[in-house]
Design a binder for this molecule. Structure first.
Ligand SMILES: Cc1ncc(COP(=O)(O)O)c(C=O)c1O
Length: 474
């Protein structure tokens, strides 16, 4: 049911500051009472499915007549329309209890879409602020790039420490939507190395939400799951983790499990859950990736670069960027390098999103270049040359790229510049670093770094004696 209606329940919230009312918060919550409580019993805690508006919440009540909660985001005082009376202590308690369910609503801030996005359908009203903004752009001397090419990197891995990368922008809108809808639990899915799941779990904890992760992996027992890479951080977040077989299909196997969990949580606790697909790549998430374009624009990058090159996984980031680029009328060319699934999937995602946003006159095939040549052995499987390249990149440029996402894309970019020079020669290319650093800690780099004579195996043992040459010089 739409929260923009007037609902009947046992309390009235209205905007006024008279002595017979009690201010209990900076927001008004308008309950979708029917949604939470279909039996119409007068449950006091009917504050689920609520919609905060930026004004004072003042509690009043009308003990004699059938009570009402009235929508108040037109900011007009409602007390004259609805009648007023004193707020007895019990009602204050009720409101406080209701409000205690949503302390996280204080994190919501109003979202003002950029000018080029204002005519879109389904523009969110709120976001939460999780990411560090204006991540740096600098020159990047990526090893192996032939002469005559110009490359810079946008360090979107610097959106935060544990909240690093492209996922964080998506979460700013997704988690705001979860809070606005009165959900306390957030349920999502991904592969075991998923950066989205890790960022979501930690962001949920920052906001007071409860994370649940469905992760696909080859683990046979819970002991096999281990504590490396993103899984370590998933576990440190205290998220509930449900392991699924590696070959599980999202639609057929994983999403039904997520829905059953949401139902169980509701049955057991009365609390609502918010479900997010893999990679946070849905309509709400796309506003987070369009924000990257907005940031590039504010940084003057649209004038300084001709091409933007990025990793394409579930497709959400590429989708947001190419749609924003198209709507803003920018001549930047967007290139997404597939690290799993197919170009057809990526185009389907972009086209579906365009329609959901109400854009009828654009086609994915015309607004984004999808490159499918560098998936190597498959999702999250590395070839030795890719791992060598990762070591070379960090040891020559100081930038960390990971084996699953940005390492493959950077590798692909170098190959593309070598093998298909016409694509980028003479053009000013910007590589979008989308984060993923924790993938370096999943164990696959250890063996190769510890090999005798490995590129960066510069470890020497030293004694405490200062005079007399020992094994090392320090
Ligand atoms: C580090 C990193 N880069 C890029 C991507 C790809 O982003 P998207 O799933 O939005 O295509 C992901 C996620 O899958 C990621 O974790």
């Amino acid at each position: 049911m739409n929260t923009r209606t007037t609902f009947r329940t046992n309390i009235i919230f209205c905007i006024m500051t008279s002595q017979n009312c009690v201010v209990v918060s900076r927001h008004i919550y308008v309950a979708n009472y029917d949604d939470y409580c279909p039996t119409h019993t007068s449950q006091p805690c009917c504050m689920f499915q609520c919609s905060p508006v930026p004004t004072h919440l003042v509690l009043s009540c009308r003990p004699t007549s059938r009570p009402t909660i009235t929508r108040a985001d037109d900011k007009r005082p409602l007390h004259s329309a609805e009648g007023e009376s004193r707020a007895p202590a019990c009602m204050v308690l009720i409101a406080k209890r209701a409000y205690s369910l949503f302390p996280m609503a204080k994190y919501l801030v109003d979202y003002q879409a950029p000018a080029w996005a204002q005519k879109l359908k389904n523009v969110p009203k709120h976001k939460v602020e999780l990411a560090m903004e204006n991540t740096p752009i600098h020159e990047w001397n990526l090893p192996g790039i032939p002469d005559g090419f110009s490359l810079h990197i946008k360090r979107h891995d610097m959106t935060g420490s544990s909240l690093s990368g492209n996922k964080v922008g998506k979460l700013e809108f997704l988690l705001a939507d979860a809070i606005s809808k009165g959900c306390k639990h957030v349920i999502t899915c991904g592969g075991a190395p998923s950066n989205h799941c890790r960022a979501l779990a930690l962001a949920c904890r920052q906001l007071g939400l409860i994370p649940h992760l469905f992760l696909t992996s080859g683990a046979k027992t819970s002991d096999d799951v281990g504590c490396r890479g993103n899984i370590l951080l998933d576990r440190l977040s205290g998220a509930d983790i449900y392991m699924m077989p590696l070959d599980s299909d999202d639609e057929r196997d994983v999403h039904p499990k997520m829905e059953s969990l949401a139902k169980k949580i509701m049955d057991d606790t009365g609390e609502k859950s918010y479900l997010i697909p893999k990679g946070g790549s849905n309509l709400m998430g796309v506003f987070g990736t369009m924000a990257i374009f907005d940031e590039l624009s504010r940084q003057g990058a649209l004038e300084r670069f001709d091409d933007l090159f990025l990793t394409c996984g579930s497709g959400g980031t590429t989708t947001g960027l190419c749609i924003a680029n198209h709507l803003a009328g920018s001549p930047l060319r967007i290139h997404g390098v597939m690290v799993h699934s197919t170009p057809a999937d990526a185009h389907r995602h972009v086209n579906g999103t365009l329609r959901e946003l109400g854009v009828e006159d654009a086609r994915s095939e015309d607004i984004v270049d999808v490159i499918d040549t560098y998936q190597g052995k498959g999702y999250s499987i590395s070839k030795q040359e890719e791992l060598d390249f990762i070591v070379e990149v960090s040891s020559t440029t100081g930038v960390l790229v990971d084996p699953t996402y940005t390492g493959k894309a950077a590798w692909g970019l170098v190959q593309e510049m070598k093998n298909n020079p016409g694509r980028f020669k003479g053009r000013r290319v910007l590589f979008l670093h989308t984060g993923g650093m924790f993938g370096l800690f999943d164990g696959r780099m250890d063996d190769m770094l510890m090999q005798h004579g490995a590129l960066t195996n510069n470890v020497r043992m030293c004694s405490k004696q200062t005079n007399g040459a020992q094994n090392g010089s320090h």
